[in-house]
Design a protein around this ligand. Structure first.
Ligand code: SF4
Ligand code: SF4
Length: 280
């Protein structure tokens, strides 16, 4: 994202909209400026502010006159009065920033939509997490924090060394140059994202080991890391297998997403067992 200094009147409205704090008023040129390193190309500034097309010279003059009278003249807070934003044509590798930071765009660069997959939400149909297995989502970054691909790679290396399998349809996996070692394409390592999710699956017995691995690597990366755990409930809708492991590790469990079976398989014959269709 770029701001045209010829149009910007330094009202400051956009500095409050940027979730990464990447826009600042440059005191030398007295214009809003985008810090390109920190900008994750989320387009919140461009899409979040109404673009008015007032004449910049006129707005600056009016602001100066009012200032001399010790009166502030500011545009409405949700407006860029002079339509100063100029989205750049994003090319590789910078385009991956947008893929992981702007939920409104298709993800051509990764070939996968969204930051992660549907994970447990579609487990009825995908059958990705079976009885005896645990699905992990390891989420990096947040608005205001972000994450560099080089830090995601540190976690992927450690997970690969532990012999886990990465979810094939996940966007981060699609950007690995070597899935076996968890190595991410070298040309995107210095790209920053709002957030990203790595997805893996392991047998239940490895739950504690993986949580402890994430805790260890988390200390070595310059971002926040959140762990999500997906598991199957028993016939009573309860989980007495994975929950005790997590509670032992100090977690207070809350159910986040519960799949109640709305994603039913519609193309199975009455005689065909449900589990058989899932396996196929
Ligand atoms: S909202 Fe527009 S005019 Fe105001 S500081 Fe930002 S870019 Fe400049
Ligand atoms: S595109 Fe997003 S991160 Fe970049 S300056 Fe605009 S709001 Fe900030």
């Amino acid at each position: 994202m770029r701001i045209d200094p010829n149009k910007c009147v330094a009202c400051g409205n956009c500095t409050y909209v940027c979730p990464m704090g990447a826009i600042y008023i440059d005191p030398v040129i007295e214009r809003a400026t985008v810090n390109r390193d920190e900008c994750v190309e989320c387009y919140s500034c461009y899409n979040g502010l109404s673009q008015e097309h007032l004449n910049p010279t006129m707005v600056r003059t009016v602001r100066k006159i009012f200032k001399m009278m010790r009166v502030r003249f500011d545009p409405e807070p949700d407006v860029c009065p002079t339509a100063a934003f100029e989205p750049e044509e994003l090319v590789w590798p910078r385009v991956v920033r947008r893929a992981f930071s702007d939920p409104r765009v298709p993800h051509e660069s990764t070939g996968v939509e969204g930051r992660g997959t549907e994970e447990v939400k579609t487990n009825d149909i995908s059958g990705r997490v079976q009885v005896g297995e645990v699905g992990f989502t390891i989420e990096f970054g947040r608005p205001g924090v972000g994450v560099w691909f080089r830090d995601i790679q540190k976690m992927c290396w450690a997970l690969a060394e532990a012999g886990v399998s990465f979810e094939k349809k996940n966007p981060v996996t699609s950007l690995m140059s070597d899935v076996a070692t968890g190595t991410i394409r070298e040309d995107i390592l210095n790209e920053k994202l709002m957030s990203a999710i790595v997805e893996i699956k392991v047998p239940v017995e490895r739950t504690e080991e993986i949580v402890r691995l994430v805790w260890r690597v988390e200390k070595e990366v310059d971002t926040v890391v959140a762990i999500g755990v997906g598991t199957r409930c028993d016939e009573n809708g309860e989980d007495h297998v994975v929950a005790p492991i997590l509670e032992k590790l100090g977690y207070k469990l809350e159910r986040a997403k519960t799949n109640i079976g709305l994603g039913r398989i519609t193309n199975r014959s009455v005689e065909q067992p449900y589990a058989e269709v899932v396996r196929k």
